[in-house]
Design a protein around this ligand. Sequence first.
Ligand SMILES: [Zn+2]
Length: 493
Amino acid sequence: MTRSTIKIPTPLRAFAGGLREVAVDGDTVGAAMQELVRQHAGLARHLYAADGRLRSFVTLYLNDQDVRYLAREATPLRDGDVVSIVPAIAGGSTGAGPALPMLTLASAPPPGSSALPTDELRRYSRHLLLPEVGLAGQKRLRAAKVLLVGAGGLGSPAALYLAAAGVGEIGLVDFDTVDLSNLQRQVLYTTGDVGQPKLKVAKARIEALNPGVRVVAHEERLSSANALDVLRPYDVVVDGTDNFPTRYLVNDACVLLGKPNVYGSIYRFEGQVSVFDARRGPCYRCLYPEPPPPDLVPSCAEAGVLGVLPGLIGVLQATEAVKLLLGTGEPLLGRLLLYDALAMQFRELKLNRNPECVLCSPRATQKGLIDYAAFCGVPDGGAGTGLGIPEITPEALRDELAGPDPPLVIDVREPNEWEIGHLDAARLIPRRHLAERVDELTRARALVLYCRSGDRSARATRFLLDLGFSNVRNLKGGINAWADRVDPRVPKY
Ligand SMILES: [Zn+2]
């Protein structure tokens, strides 16, 4: 019997006893995966559909090869092989291949023109010393236009370094205001900026760093209606979004417009980076044809993220953007870089073009943008609430708790969040333990579930409704709304 190791990604570890990797016996990838599911039954529904087939958003690698391009689950294993489950997180061929053509900039630098102004020669002197950049490269950067989708954890470091490097025009898409909880990682903003529109602050910060940079603020949510117009003027798009609908939207718009998409994503302690360019490699959909179900991969707002992680991933994205603009080096085309901050490990997986890709293959069936919220199963275009789930407002819960027949209040967050603060009346049952502890709940008594902001508890409410609980409601806005509207002594976070 062949012995191999299966690497478990962070979102699935909760269903594998917290393990990072599991040793399994099995002569093929499929047999090894079956053995994994036998050892950890909780993984089954995340990995396999009801008909027993692997779910389409589960991508398996044998060592650094995508098994879809080997023999899929029939791919034979040898002792010591490593099988990686690579999930999509809130997202070829290089090396031996021919040299890549240089990116054509939307507005090319004037040919054979004179040197840069004196102050720019000083500012960029360390670039000018590099033969790979030099005067010609610096002029290309100055003529270039880069769009950053999202001015948050990834967009902040990317924007700062692209501005410092002398990229002539930086577009920013965001519609948020600065929140105190952003400052742990979003280094564009300072404490005094809390409450201000992000783009107003970002523009001032970038122009202070480098007055030679033009900042174009797109203060709107990117949508199927505006994405093509917003992206069209730019040479390179840097995807720093935090949700799947926008990620697929950015990918699809880039494919349709023929633009490179510098992809970065983060989850707790892990990041992914790649460069998608359908003209010369795979696109995001080649890697993940479909998004994971909305409750499998929580957002950073739900799951947390190490503050320095987006710093590193955003700088990697900025590095790839600069390389693309300069036409130098080996871009991360057809390669997925995985970073694990806890292990301090980088791994690289090969990405292939999917010959069946609905978007970028010769057999593409999708010719335009679609409804991405529906595609990703998030009807509100982001928040997971509003799925026809019964809700209760903080004020109404306060009144019911003071009444003759108070509901049982269940806190579905994690113990570390419970420690920050909780409702006096609540009992802690983390959502991931709800299935096994459901017997502690009585169907006779009214139940109210809450989490931080209402998303996770909405899904937990849905779970209990599906089990036949009829009198269960979700606390609208979570404990943060309770703190705002009922009890200011409860800390918000
Ligand atoms: Zn594709």
